[in-house]
Each structure stands twice: as structure tokens, then as C-alpha cells.
Design a protein around this ligand. Structure first.
Ligand SMILES: NC(=O)c1ccc[n+]([C@@H]2O[C@H](COP(=O)([O-])OP(=O)(O)OC[C@H]3O[C@@H](n4cnc5c(N)ncnc54)[C@H](O)[C@@H]3O)[C@@H](O)[C@H]2O)c1
Ligand SMILES: O=C(O)C[C@H](O)C(=O)O
Length: 340
């Protein structure tokens, strides 16, 4: 066979198969930690997503039951459950998108960083397997502390020689979801049309909602209102942890946010134009190597990391104050990944 003919045969083999029913490309989504508080409702929502043709549910326990349950829903995605290390390879092989809510959640009185000792190891092991079995997949990291688990994943992929900064995302959508809800309530505008960019990271003061850029804009909010909205958004996770009183952290709103972000990633992969979401990604828009901001999603993941736009004096101050904490969380993740 001539080299050009061999090339086109190889291209044909690589070409993605298309589902005959929908005309959409076939997409495999894997959820790691699928039997957990976030994992189960996220599995439900991804089963309902028409862009998903195959849904792989992995956990260290209880996935056969979750998969059997979700699989009875009469939507197109084919559901399979996988349990334990022996089945991780099969769970991951061929995945286009891997969503990771594996790991322990907070209890009252804890910070997200208090989860580092357990979750860092879990994320490292899962990412090692991802590098081996689906190195081209997009990764949506939900496991906390996101400010550190994303840098850990990046280091694992670098060591394995598979790192592509366009494909690694820390999921900060819940901060946007909260900022939209709280803003709509305070400004008394219909929540469905509201958007608020949230930048920085995903813990305490590193969560920086940009209410000066909120749409629709309003004159109804005083600077005290904006301060209170900012604090509530930054402490939204703690509000839920305290209300759950020892029974974990946000699961249902997080599953919703994870499903929104996962759907945006799939749309980007499928070539839908103008898909923009906030996410914590490798970035050069500040001096920090990872930073959450608006990101344009495309066929290869991150197409463009968008700048911060014009900030109010209050937001500029918030930006400067968050840099120290965010940097030390990033450094901690990088050091962990390289030490062990
Ligand atoms: N990014 C965000 O905005 C956000 C929001 C909410 C929660 N979280 C984080 O998500 C994580 C999960 O929260 P949850 O409420 O679902 O916790 P959970 O304890 O209910 O569920 C976690 C699941 O992970 C599984 N798991 C543990 N080790 C695993 C491994 N090695 N491989 C695969 N699965 C494994 C557990 O068996 C469990 O089913 C926590 O770290 C939490 O802090 C992040
Ligand atoms: O607050 C937590 O610990 C979970 C999550 O990060 C959240 O924002 O709800």
C-alpha cells in the first residue's frame, strides 16, 4: 500500500463513529466515584444527556447497584458499572470525558485543604490510570481541594508524558451556580437569565465572583450588598456543610453543576461554537500557573483562556488577597505529586 493510502486508511480508522440515531458523535463518559453523594445524581444526569452514548460508572464499592438502577432509564446512553482496581482499565478505555468526584467530603469545622491527605493520593492513583488507559480524555476534576488536585493531576500526566493542558479542568461551576442564584435573589431579577463570572480558585477567599460583570446589570445593589454576596458565594460550600451537620457537603447542587460543565465539554468536543464556562485551568492570565476564569471550549478542550475583563476596586483587592493562598495550594499539590 502506498504511504498516502496507508495514511488515509489510518485516518479512517481513527475517525470517530457516529450514532446512527442522533447523528451525534459517540461519546463515552466515565465517572470515578460514581457511587458517592455526587456520583449517583451525576450518573443520573449524565444518563439523561443525549450527547452521551456510553456511561461508565466506577467506584471502589457499590457500583453494580447504581449502574443497574440508572441503566433502566429509557435514554440512549449504555450504562456499565465497574468496581475496584481490577476493573478500572475497562472503565476508562475509550473515554472522551472523565469526571472525578472520588474522595472524602468535608465535615463541619474542616477546610477543603483538610481533605488533602486522603484525596491527593486517590486523585494521583486515578490519574495514573487515566494516563495509561485514556490519555486523550478531557478530565473534569471535582475532588477537593480542587486548588491542589488539579496541579497534582497535571504533574502525574507530565510524568507519564501525556499532559495536555487543554484537557485538564477543575470544576468550579458550582461557584457560578451559587453566584447566579444569590445575585438573582438579591437583585430581584429572574435567575434564568443571570450570569456571573467567578474567577480564582475553589476555596474560601480564592473564590472571587465578579459581580461588577454580572448580567443583567443592576443599580439596585449597594457596595455592602456586593460584599455580602461575595462572602456568601465564597462560603457557599461551608453553608451546606454546616446545614448537613456531619453528613457531607454539597452533592445535589454539585451534581447539577458537574452535569452542566460536562455537557459544555461534550458540546465543545462536538464542535458546537461559543461554549464558554468558568473553570480552573492552566493559565497565564495572572502570574499563577493555575487559575479559574472564563474558558472557551472546543474540539480539543480549552480553545482559549479568556482574560479577567475590567474589575471593580473591590474585586482588584480580592484578586490580590487570594494569590498567596492559591499559590501555596498549587505548590502543595505539585510537591506531593513529585515527592511520592
Ligand atoms: N468541586 C466542587 O465544587 C465540589 C463540590 C462538592 C464536593 N466536592 C468534592 O467532591 C468529593 C466527593 O464528594 P461526595 O459528597 O460525593 O463524597 P462521598 O463520600 O459521598 O463519595 C465519594 C465516593 O468516592 C469513592 N471513592 C473513594 N476512593 C475512591 C477511588 N480510589 N476510586 C474511585 N472512587 C473512590 C467512595 O467510595 C465514594 O463513593 C469530595 O472531595 C468533595 O469535597 C467538590
Ligand atoms: O464545600 C465543600 O467542601 C464542597 C464543595 O467544594 C462546595 O463548594 O460545596
Amino acid at each position: 500500500m502506498r504511504p498516502s493510502a496507508m495514511r488515509s486508511a489510518a485516518q479512517l480508522l481513527r475517525r470517530r463513529s457516529y450514532s446512527s440515531a442522533s447523528g451525534q458523535p459517540e461519546r463515552k463518559v466515565a465517572i470515578l466515584g460514581a457511587a458517592g453523594g455526587i456520583g449517583q445524581p451525576l450518573a443520573l444526569l449524565m444518563k439523561l444527556n443525549p450527547l452521551v452514548s456510553s456511561l461508565s460508572l466506577y467506584d471502589i464499592a457499590a457500583t453494580p447497584g447504581v449502574a443497574a438502577d440508572v441503566s433502566h432509564i429509557n435514554s440512549p446512553a449504555l450504562v456499565k458499572g465497574f468496581m475496584g482496581d481490577d476493573q478500572l482499565a475497562e472503565a476508562l478505555e475509550g473515554a472522551d470525558l472523565v469526571i472525578i468526584p472520588a474522595g472524602v467530603p468535608r465535615k463541619p469545622g474542616m477546610t477543603r485543604d483538610d481533605l488533602f491527605n486522603i484525596n491527593a493520593g486517590i486523585v494521583k492513583n486515578l490519574c495514573t490510570a487515566i494516563a495509561k488507559y485514556c490519555p486523550n480524555a478531557l478530565i473534569n476534576m471535582i475532588s477537593n481541594p480542587v486548588n491542589s488536585t488539579v496541579p497534582i493531576a497535571a504533574e502525574v500526566f507530565k510524568k507519564a508524558g501525556t499532559y495536555d493542558e487543554k484537557k485538564l479542568f477543575g470544576v468550579t461551576t458550582l461557584d457560578v451556580v451559587r453566584a447566579r442564584t444569590f445575585y438573582a435573589g438579591k437583585a430581584n431579577v429572574p435567575v434564568t437569565g443571570v450570569n456571573v463570572p467567578v474567577v480564582g480558585g475553589h476555596a474560601g477567599i480564592t473564590i472571587l465572583p465578579l459581580f461588577s460583570q454580572a448580567t443583567p446589570s443592576t443599580n439596585a445593589l449597594s457596595s455592602e450588598d456586593i460584599k455580602a454576596l461575595t462572602k456568601r458565594t465564597q462560603e457557599g460550600g461551608t453553608e451546606v456543610v454546616e446545614a448537613k451537620a456531619g453528613k457531607g457537603s454539597a452533592t445535589l447542587s454539585m451534581a447539577y453543576a458537574g452535569a452542566v460543565f460536562g455537557d459544555a465539554c461534550l458540546k465543545g468536543l462536538n464542535g458546537v461554537p461559543d461554549i464558554v464556562e468558568c473553570s480552573y485551568v492552566q493559565s497565564t492570565i495572572t502570574e499563577l500557573p493555575f487559575f479559574a476564569s472564563k474558558v472557551r471550549l472546543g474540539k480539543n478542550g480549552v480553545e482559549e483562556v479568556l482574560g479577567l475583563g475590567e474589575l471593580s476596586a473591590f474585586e482588584k483587592e480580592g484578586l490580590e488577597s487570594l494569590k498567596g493562598e492559591l499559590k501555596s495550594s498549587i505548590d502543595k499539590g505539585i510537591a506531593f505529586a513529585n515527592a511520592s
